[in-house]
Design a protein around this ligand. Structure first.
Ligand code: ARG
Ligand code: ZN
Length: 896
């Protein structure tokens, strides 16, 4: 029962207005839904089929009269309806919020009511045409017990409120904007708000509110500041103003994802709202800023212009991720701080999205079919979708892109549209651009799954003083797509001399890239399977710097020497490629060690993995007088196990783990004095501030401390673990405290256990910190297989709760996804644990179960005995009857 994109058909009816009345009660909430509908005149007359799920239907009236209806599965079907005129439909039903553990539709969290409707949760609230192309005007009356639920919120403006009999009260909300039902929201409970009045550029006044549970108000300052920045940024960069008098954010601790952009009433996972220096790390602060931005930016890209159908999800998500990335970069300010954010985004893309694209769940940015849409809120739709938008931005330039967005809103404001409509608007606003010229081919980024591979090779001819660079692209088959057509690939590039000087580019058919900040960067647009570029007037063989700033989401194979990579690492003007050169060098060493049978027999790596030149280059970066600590931290961080695994056809997870550990240990020992120096440099002065410069300093300090403790593990030194314990105890902010704790836990110090106990005792009343406590133990160093028993024990801990997604994620995803060395056990006990948990969670929350199931998605790449053990575990889950469609779809894909 897959749904296919090509089967799209407009709705047979339009819903013009919806008036909802809720009598909120945890056991039995009554919902009265009064709609005005009319037939879609463009379609032949047909019955009205309304979606519904887990509802108890009490009454249906058409134009005030009883009428006949039937059920088709969970759908409510009305056959006899007025032909031409609009008519009213009144539906009375009930639902049970306390039993709603899947957290879709109306549910409870800590005694308050919340809703989550995207993608298809509104049907769990009332019968409706639950599809994004049906846009209606909403008015909502909420009635509830005044003492238990003093705050009653919904979308739009509060138009009336007051007391009712029996200790109850009501609030009536009217949303001035039409919207699809997935943007509907209500919240009712004991909440308090931080408020801020702002005036937008146009002079309009707005009220911003951040609602949380009473004890959490002090932790909302950062989210409020991020919201104010978001409003100002969208106005300044894209001329997009806030279109509401009131904009609300509400935090809940039970949430399946990060946050939700309901019109005027965003609902957030507490993880992306609450922060204090005592409880949140720099990374938490940065995520809060970007998620607040993301949901706010949806107000235009998602809400004002929405998706025609869920296949177009990337229309809003890819574009909005691009916008939140640009927001964070603009806020960070300096070129170096921007590059740091870019590198982090690319790291996520390459470890998560490239893996998805290479696995059984590979799908295009605009998928062609799905069973359960919740499974398609993926890194492909979000992060690769953002890269597709970024490439358009590169092809038309910053001004051109702003012009394109303006045209997009001129054409489509108030509509539900497609990815094609978006690309067309950007191209039409820039008729002379490469995007306009190549649009049909460019749109293959939307239709073809898989990561393109670009092979580059260069040759220098001393006689003609020319350098010839050949670029060839290909893309491996993905499920259902055996053959791929060439993509449009924007390649930003530059050349360096062997000594590292930027060289002027003399190249036929390429102009300096307008968007690039330095003149030595050109933009070449690949369109063919193979292309050759000739650079003239060169005195010697240059060092190519390709795909600067990661200008396209591709795999780049560059036949270049170590010494060329060392040149790039030391001198490239493009910080991204500078970082990339270091990663490539490290990756080369890792791959060689993994392939070398002599190295690492019986789990011990005898010889050094990293060569002297590489170590010296790392020292050069670490000691560099002007590079930012945040950038140094990224360069000195070895590629992750998952990124290394991705480069391999057959993965022995234990070997990957051992080799990476050995690399880190070598770097720790060889640069010991430098790490000590770096750690001392990083020690905080003055108060806490989560700005890019100070968080970069803390990040590098954390890496230094981790490696010094790692070195201590092999030398038997007790000084650094003791120092780490001291730091852990004395830290004045969570970032430094947690970094120290991580250092102790990951080097398997004897001080780890007392530190963990102390940490729990200190923060037991801070749920988000307790999540960190669980996650850290799940991702700890695995001494003789001790992590799994610890994880099993932690499931019995009074603070553990499988029904709370954050808590479940911290322990289970921490172990199954983030600790490959401990999860991929030769005795398959990790997979048995996975199987039990997936089956245990599925009846509670299918979305979370399906996500956890994906931990074994790449089982086919595993070496034996892991491969067979993983297949066995997956098959045993798949053999169960009554699995959710979410989980079933993931398992079927994995098993093919
Ligand atoms: N639109 C939300 C965001 O990215 C994601 C909500 C997805 N929820 C879900 N249950 N699939 O901002
Ligand atoms: Zn989003």
């Amino acid at each position: 029962h897959a749904i296919r994109r090509e089967d799209y058909c407009a709705p047979a009816f339009w819903i013009d207005s919806v008036d909802l009345t809720f009598d909120l009660d945890p056991q039995k909430t009554r919902v009265l839904n009064r709609m005005t509908l009319r037939r879609n005149p463009d379609l032949a007359a047909q019955p009205l089929r309304l979606d519904g799920e887990d509802l108890n239907l009490a009454r249906v009236l058409v134009d005030g009269q009883g009428c006949s209806f039937k059920m088709e599965g969970q759908r409510l079907v009305l056959e006899k309806l007025p032909d031409s005129a609009p008519f009213t439909l009144e539906i009375f039903s009930t639902c049970c919020p306390v039993k709603n553990t899947q957290l879709m539709g109306l549910h409870m969290s800590q005694g308050s009511f919340f809703t989550q409707c995207e993608a298809e949760g509104f049907r769990r609230i009332t019968y409706f045409l639950d599809r994004p192309d049906v846009m209606a005007s909403y008015s909502v009356t909420l009635r509830a017990d005044r003492a238990l639920y003093p705050v009653l919120l919904s979308n739009g403006n509060l138009v009336a409120s007051g007391a009712l009999e029996g200790g109850r009260h009501f609030a009536r909300w009217v949303d001035p904007h039409k919207k699809p039902c997935y943007l509907f929201a209500l919240v009712a409970g004991k909440l308090v708000a931080r408020e801020q009045r702002i005036r937008s550029r146009s002079g309009r006044e707005h009220l911003l509110q951040v609602y949380v549970r009473p004890g959490d108000l002090a932790k909302t300052e950062h989210a409020m500041r991020a919201l104010m920045h978001s409003v100002a940024w969208d106005e300044a960069r894209f001329d997009l103003p806030l279109d509401l008098e009131r904009f609300m954010i509400v935090a809940t601790s039970d949430f399946n994802m990060g946050a939700m952009e309901n019109k005027g009433l965003n609902i957030f996972n507490t993880k992306y709202v609450l922060a204090s220096e005592a409880t949140a790390t720099d990374t938490d602060y940065a995520y809060i800023e970007s998620v607040v931005g993301h949901e706010y930016f949806h107000n235009w890209t998602g809400n004002r212009v929405t998706c025609r159908d869920w296949f177009q999800l990337s229309l809003k998500e890819g574009l909005t991720v691009f916008r939140d990335q640009e927001f964070s970069q603009d806020l960070a300010g300096s070129a170096s701080a921007r590059a740091v954010l870019r590198i982090k985004d690319v790291r996520v893309l390459r470890t998560m999205q490239f893996a998805e694209d290479a696995g059984p769940m590979a799908h295009p940015v605009r998928p062609d079919s799905y069973v359960e849409i919740d499974n398609f809120y993926t890194v492909t739709v979000y992060e690769k979708g953002a890269e597709v938008v970024r490439m358009m931005h590169t092809l038309v330039g910053r001004e051109g892109f702003a012009r394109g967005l303006r045209l997009y809103f001129e054409r489509h404001d108030g509509q539900a549209v497609t990815c094609d409509d978006f690309a067309q608007a950007i191209a039409d606003a820039n008729p002379a651009s490469a995007l306009a010229r190549l649009l049909p081919q460019f749109k293959r980024w939307y239709s073809q799954a898989g990561t393109p591979r670009v092979r580059a090779s260069g040759s220098y001819d001393a006689a003609t003083r020319c350098y010839t660079l050949s670029l060839a692209q290909s893309c491996a088959p993905t499920p259902g797509q055996p053959d791929k057509q060439p993509f449009v690939i924007p390649v930003e590039l530059g050349l360096l001399s062997a000594s590292g000087a930027a060289l002027p580019l003399h190249l036929a058919d390429a102009a300096p890239h307008a968007a690039a900040s330095d003149e030595a960067t050109h933009l070449v647009v690949l369109t063919e399977a193979e292309q050759t570029l000739v650079f003239s007037d060169l005195d010697g063989e240059p060092v190519p710097s390709l795909l600067r700033n990661f200008s396209a989401p591709v795999l780049l194979d560059m036949a270049c020497t170590d010494s060329q990579l060392l040149t790039l690492l030391a001198h490239d003007t493009d910080p991204f490629n500078r970082w990339e050169a270091g990663q490539r060098l490290a990756l080369r060493r890792a791959m060689a060690a993994i392939a070398d049978k002599a190295c690492g027999a019986n789990g011990r790596i005898g010889q050094p993995i990293l060569c002297a030149e590489f170590v010296a280059a790392m020292r050069g970066v670490l000691r560099h007088p002007t590079l930012e600590p945040a950038f140094k931290d990224l360069v000195l961080m070895m590629p992750s196990e998952s990124y290394i695994a991705e480069q391999l056809d057959v993965v022995d997870p234990q070997r990957v783990h051992t080799v990476r550990e050995a690399m880190c240990e070598q770097l720790a020992l060889a640069l010991h004095a430098d790490w000590v120096w770096a750690w001392e440099q990083s020690q905080s002065r003055g108060g806490y501030c989560p700005d890019p410069a100070s968080s970069g300093r803390r990040a590098l300090g954390g890496l230094a401390l981790s490696l010094l403790c790692l070195a201590a593990r092999s030398t038997g030194d007790t000084l650094w673990p003791a120092k780490a314990y001291q730091c852990f105890k004395d830290a004045t902010n969570m970032t430094e405290r947690f970094n120290a704790l991580v250092a102790l836990v990951s080097c398997d110090s004897e001080l780890a256990a007392p530190a963990l106990a102390r940490f729990h005792a200190q923060f037991r009343d801070e749920p988000l910190v307790v999540d960190k406590w669980f996650a850290l133990q799940a991702t700890a160093f695995d001494r003789g297989g001790n992590v799994l028993p610890v994880v099993r024990q932690l499931m019995q801990h009074p603070d553990f709760n499988l029904k709370n997604p954050n808590r479940a994620r911290s322990l289970l995803f921490g172990y199954c996804n983030a600790n490959p060395g401990a999860f991929h056990r030769a005795d398959a006990a990790g997979y048995v644990f996975w199987r039990e948990r997936v089956l245990e969670i599925d009846p509670i929350n299918p979305q979370i179960a399906a996500r956890l199931a994906r931990a074994l998605e790449h089982w086919k790449k595993l070496a034996e005995p892991w491969r067979s053990a993983a297949r066995e575990a997956i098959s045993r889950v798949a053999a169960k009857p009554d699995l959710s469609p979410d989980l079933r779809e993931v398992l079927n894909c994995a098993l093919e």
